[in-house]
Design a protein around this ligand. Structure first.
Ligand SMILES: Cc1cc2nc3c(=O)[nH]c(=O)nc-3n(C[C@H](O)[C@H](O)[C@H](O)COP(=O)(O)OP(=O)(O)OC[C@H]3O[C@@H](n4cnc5c(N)ncnc54)[C@H](O)[C@@H]3O)c2cc1C
Length: 454
C-alpha cells in the first residue's frame, strides 16, 4: 500500500521534532514554513552573514537552539523541505501555498499543523503609533537583525516574555526605560508553588527579574490604564499604579499581554474548537495523540494551546510517533509514556503561568471610545460599542458583519480576542458566549501571485 502523503506546517520546535521522527521512520513528508530558515519563534535564526554567537543570541537556551538547528539542517536534504512558503488556505485535503510570488497546492492524507503563536495585543490608547511593537516583534528585531526598536524603550504588558525581552534588550546594551507589568506582585507570589513544577524555568525568570532590578531598571507591577503618548511618534508611556498617574518618556514601546495560538489553519481544516478559560481563547480539540476532530489532522505545539518550546518539542515528537504508528511502524510505548509524563508536568507549570500573568480585564485597559480597535479597518472602540447597542449584537461574527472588525488584512489575528472581550463586557455575557471569528483564507497577508504552478 502506498504511504500516506504527510505534510507538516511549521518548522519550529514542534514541526521539526515531528518531521524528525517521521523521517527516522522513513516516511516521506513535506515540511513547509513561511520563514526562510527553520527554528520557529524562540529559536529564530539570523541571516547567514550575521556572526553573533549562539550564547549572545539565545542566552540560556543556546544549546537547545543549536540542537534544533542541527536537526533541521540534517533533515533538509532528506525530506521535501519548503522554506519561505506560506500556507494560506486548507481546503478539501489540500493546502494552498504561496512562495516567491507563485501559488501552489499540496495534497495531504495526514496533516500536522505546528503553526505556533503570536503576541496578544490589546487596544490601549496610542497602540497604533509608529514606534510601538509587539514584544515578539521587538525581540525579532534584536534576535534576527541585531538591532533595537528605539533608543529608550518601555516594555509593557504581562507574561514571561515581558521580562525576558527587557532583559535581552538591556543585556545587549539598549536603554530600557521601564518594565510595566499589569500582573500584581501578589498574583505572581500566589502562583509560585505551581511555577516550581519547572524549577529551572522559574529560576531563569527570577534571574531576569533580579538582573533588571540590580541595574535599577524600574519594574512596576500591578499597573493599569496604560496609554502610549505621542502624535507622529512615541513620546512617553503613561499608566496608573496604586491610584497614582505616572509617565515615562521613551521613543519606542514593546507591548504584549501573553501569547495567543495561531489556529486559523486548524479552523479552515474543519477542526472542532472549544473554549479554554485559562487562556481566554478558543483552541482546536485534540486527543492524547494530538489528533484533532478531523481524522488525520494533528495539532502540535503552541498552535494548539500555549505550552512553551519544551512542550512544543515533546508534542512534535509525540505526534510524529502517533503518525508513524498510524502508518504501520512499531509503536514505541516506553518513549510515548515518557513524553506523556513530561507533557503532564509542563502542563502544570503552564497552568501556573496563566495564573501568575492573567490577561488583564477590559476595565483596566483605559479603553477609550477614540482608541482604534481594529487597525486594518480603522474601527474605533466607540464605533464598536455603538454597533453593539444599535443592532443588539451578542456574537462576534455578527459584530464583524456589521462593523468590519476582523475583516481586514490580519483577519482578526490582532483584534479578534480584544473585540470579543469588549463585546462580552458590553453585553454582560461570559467570554465563551460571544463565540469567535471564523477563519477565512488567506490566513495572513500575501502578495498577489503572478504565476500558478500546475
Ligand atoms: C514572537 C515570539 C517570540 C517568542 N520568544 C520566546 C523566547 O524568547 N523564549 C521563550 O521561551 N519562548 C518564546 N516564545 C514562545 C515560543 O516561541 C514557543 O513556545 C515555541 O516556539 C513554540 O514552538 P512551536 O513549534 O509550537 O511554534 P513556533 O516556534 O512559533 O513555530 C511555528 C512555525 O510555523 C510557521 N508558520 C506559522 N503559520 C504558518 C503558515 N500559515 N504557513 C507556513 N508557515 C507557518 C512559522 O513561520 C514558525 O516557524 C515566543 C513566541 C513568539 C510568538
Amino acid at each position: 500500500m502506498a504511504e500516506p502523503r504527510i505534510v507538516v506546517v511549521g518548522a519550529g520546535p514542534a514541526g521539526i521534532r515531528a518531521a524528525e521522527v517521521l523521517a527516522t521512520h522513513r516516511l516521506p513528508l513535506v515540511l513547509v514554513d513561511e520563514a526562510p530558515k527553520g527554528g520557529g519563534q524562540i529559536y529564530r535564526r539570523a541571516p547567514d552573514a550575521f556572526r553573533r554567537p549562539y550564547a549572545a543570541r539565545y542566552g540560556f537556551e543556546a544549546d537547545k537552539a543549536q540542537a534544533l538547528h542541527d536537526a533541521i539542517d540534517r533533515l533538509a536534504g532528506r525530506i521535501d523541505y519548503r522554506p519561505s512558503t506560506l500556507v494560506w488556505n486548507v481546503f478539501d485535503r489540500h493546502l494552498d501555498t504561496v512562495s516567491d510570488g507563485r501559488t501552489g497546492r499540496i495534497a495531504f492524507d495526514v496533516l500536522v499543523l505546528a503553526t505556533g503563536a503570536m503576541d496578544r495585543v490589546l487596544p490601549i490608547p496610542g497602540w497604533t503609533l509608529p514606534g510601538v511593537y509587539t514584544l515578539g516583534g521587538a525581540q525579532i528585531a534584536l534576535k534576527s537583525q541585531g538591532c533595537a526598536v528605539g533608543k529608550r524603550v518601555v516594555f509593557a504588558g504581562t507574561g514571561p516574555l515581558l521580562y525576558l525581552v527587557a532583559y535581552q534588550y538591556a543585556k545587549a546594551g539598549a536603554s530600557v526605560a521601564a518594565v510595566l507589568d499589569t500582573s500584581p506582585a501578589a498574583t505572581k507570589r500566589r502562583a509560585l508553588a505551581g511555577l516550581a513544577a519547572s524549577s529551572g524555568t522559574l529560576a531563569k525568570g527570577l534571574y531576569y527579574w533580579a538582573w533588571l532590578a540590580a541595574r535599577r531598571i524600574a519594574v512596576e507591577e500591578g499597573v493599569t490604564d496604560i496609554g502610549i503618548v505621542g502624535d507622529e511618534a512615541v513620546r512617553a508611556v503613561r499608566y496608573r499604579r496604586d491610584a497614582t498617574e505616572k509617565s515615562i518618556p521613551c521613543d519606542a514601546v514593546g507591548m504584549g499581554f501573553g501569547l495567543k495560538s495561531e489556529t486559523q489553519l486548524a479552523d479552515l481544516a474543519g477542526c472542532e474548537f472549544s473554549f479554554d478559560p485559562p487562556s481566554r481563547q478558543w483552541l482546536p480539540e485534540r486527543n492524547a495523540d494530538g489528533e484533532s476532530s478531523v481524522p488525520g489532522v494533528y495539532v502540535a505545539g503552541d498552535g494548539a494551546g500555549i505550552g512553551g518550546a519544551d512542550a512544543a518539542e515533546l508534542w512534535g515528537e509525540r505526534i510524529g510517533l502517533a503518525v508513524a504508528a498510524r502508518c504501520g511502524r512499531a509503536p514505541d510505548a516506553a518513549r510515548i509514556a515518557a513524553i506523556d509524563r513530561g507533557l503532564a508536568s509542563l502542563a502544570r507549570f503552564r497552568a501556573a503561568i496563566d495564573r501568575a500573568f492573567p490577561v488583564p480585564p477590559p476595565e483596566t485597559w483605559s479603553d477609550r471610545d477614540a482608541t482604534i480597535l481594529c487597525r486594518c479597518e480603522s474601527i474605533r472602540i466607540g464605533e464598536a460599542k455603538a454597533a453593539v447597542r444599535d443592532f443588539a449584537l451578542v456574537e462576534m461574527n455578527r459584530l464583524k458583519a456589521v462593523t468590519r472588525i476582523g475583516m481586514g488584512r490580519c483577519q482578526g489575528r490582532m483584534c479578534g480576542l480584544a473585540a470579543a472581550e469588549l463585546l462580552a463586557r458590553d453585553t454582560g455575557q461570559p467570554l465563551a458566549a460571544v463565540g469567535r471569528l471564523r477563519g477565512q483564507p488567506p490566513v495572513k497577508p500575501m502578495p498577489i501571485p503572478w504565476t500558478t504552478e500546475a
